[in-house]
Design a protein around this ligand. Sequence first.
Ligand SMILES: Nc1ncnc2c1ncn2[C@@H]1O[C@H](COP(=O)(O)OP(=O)(O)OP(=O)(O)O)[C@@H](O)[C@H]1O
Ligand SMILES: [Mg+2]
Length: 252
Amino acid sequence: MKLVVCGKGGCGKSTIVALLAQQYAQSGKRVLVVDTDESNAGLHRLLGTEAPKDLMDFVGGKKNMMAAFREVRENNTPSPIENAKTIDSIPAEFISGNDGIRLVAIGKIHQAGEGCACPMGALAKQFLAGLELSANDMVIIDTEAGIEHFGRGIDKVCNAILMVIDPSYESLNLAKMVADMAATIGVPLYYVLNKTDSMTGQTLRNTIQDKSRIIGEFSQDSTILAAGLEGRQMPADYPAVTEVMKTLSMLG
Ligand SMILES: Nc1ncnc2c1ncn2[C@@H]1O[C@H](COP(=O)(O)OP(=O)(O)OP(=O)(O)O)[C@@H](O)[C@H]1O
Ligand SMILES: [Mg+2]
């Protein structure tokens, strides 16, 4: 399964990606986390691993990659990521982690003035669309804040979308937009509430129109906050994750 995790800035996407990854790995799945957020560079720490080399370098950098993809479209040449179609075939330097959880990062903005992030979006989509999984593989995709990933076509090549909703007006607004976009592309959408307390959790549940989409709630938790602050690996046995995994398992 390919699961894309989205939501507004700072709502807890990367944290929940890491929590899910840990628990899926513990349950015996082979987990691949794909980092498509070109701005944030700390996800590897939450997974307890090193940062891999950008997958963008595997396809020759931004400029070469766009030219190569144009060639694919116009002249039907082989895709530059033809050789990374399964988790096992991704060259070691572009993947970090261990047997349980592996991490691929599409590409990061490293320097001022290096151009827009469009090539990262194009590569993320091509890579995810072409990635062939075995039954035991679980791919979890971390995204940049907002809804750019819909524009990039990432959600369309995934099996489910998990939107993280924190207690904010912005998140509630975004939830409606994401619901419309998910319906347009026909990909199942679920919500998890994050950083709630008894009052804000209830307010979110009262306000969200399609309550049947809510499949989990992560309360504001000082342990998570401390791990995030220190860049430490997330725990593998977090109770709220079990509920989310149960619903997602029904999708296959
Ligand atoms: N349930 C929680 N309880 C306490 N703190 C949390 C919780 N979830 C996330 N956080 C904290 O909130 C902050 C933002 O989390 P995170 O980086 O995961 O969000 P994000 O949505 O990935 O952000 P960005 O949009 O920048 O990628 C971090 O400091 C993280 O530790
Ligand atoms: Mg993040």
